[in-house]
Design a protein around this ligand. Structure first.
Ligand code: FAD
Length: 212
């Protein structure tokens, strides 16, 4: 996306397709990330790259709308990503709590562990319902901006919380790479950042609720 008419502000942004190998188009170095390390991330650099008119997506000046549409729908996808991590964290916590014995009992027998697992499962189900509702509204061509923001905000919070609780239930093993739960936490964090941060989701939800 590029500003094609500076005077028009956000109405002067246009979306293009630029093919790999286009003159002046290079990518930066691979970023060294906290999580989602199996998905490469790098910046893209364009230096006087010529773009034919037929490579305009939608129409000139509609880039901002295109970005907003993409983000709104994408938030449901990020909520679903967060659900997967939250669910894997719960499964890992349940499995480990059955295996690990402390003071002569599997730790699943301790109420402190049971309550953590119950909360993880409850939050996961609530996040799942929010996510499915947003997806159903979108599929049904109904308004879904607020619902997608709610799903993404809540599901990402649950993913981070469940991953943290899974680590806690694993004790010291939760902190080492031999077990997967430390990876779940690192992978969960990005869901609170990309496709709009959690702070931005609050803004979107409030704006939808308060508009005249
Ligand atoms: C691994 C990774 C992959 C990414 N992939 C993509 C991609 O494919 N496409 C793409 O376009 N982008 C991508 N991004 C960018 C990502 O969407 C942004 O990093 C994210 O939206 C946050 O924007 P920012 O980094 O500019 O943070 P900033 O806007 O600088 O925000 C910094 C802090 O200030 C807060 N803040 C900002 N404005 C407000 C406000 N008005 N009120 C309250 N708080 C505010 C933010 O919530 C945040 O806590 C990716 C980022 C990462 C890390």
């Amino acid at each position: 996306m590029a500003q094609t008419d500076r005077e028009k502000g956000y109405r002067g942004i246009t979306t293009f397709v630029i093919e790999k190998g286009a003159p002046g188009f290079e990518h930066g170095v691979k970023e060294d990330k906290l999580g989602i390390r199996s998905s490469d991330t790098c910046s893209l650099h364009f230096n006087k790259t010529p773009v034919p008119a037929e490579n305009i997506v939608w129409e000139a000046g509609k880039g901002f709308n295109f970005a907003m549409d993409t983000l709104n729908g994408g938030r449901i996808g990020i909520a679903a990503q967060a659900l997967g991590i939250a669910s894997a964290s719960l499964d890992a916590a349940i499995n480990y709590s059955k295996q690990r014995k402390a003071f002569g009992h599997p730790i699943k027998d301790f109420q402190a562990i049971q309550f953590k697992i119950a909360d993880m499962a409850m939050n996961l189900e609530a996040a799942r319902l929010l996510t499915y509702r947003a997806a159903m509204l979108k599929d049904d061509h109904q308004k879904f901006v607020k619902e997608a923001a709610m799903a993404k905000l809540f599901a990402s919070k649950v993913a981070v919380h469940n991953a943290l609780e899974a680590i806690q239930i694993h004790g010291g093993y939760g902190y080492v790479r031999e077990y997967l739960v430390e990876r779940y936490l690192r992978d969960a964090k990005i869901t609170e950042i990309y496709e709009g941060t959690s702070e931005v989701q609050h803004i979107v939800i409030a704006r939808e609720l308060l508009k005249d």
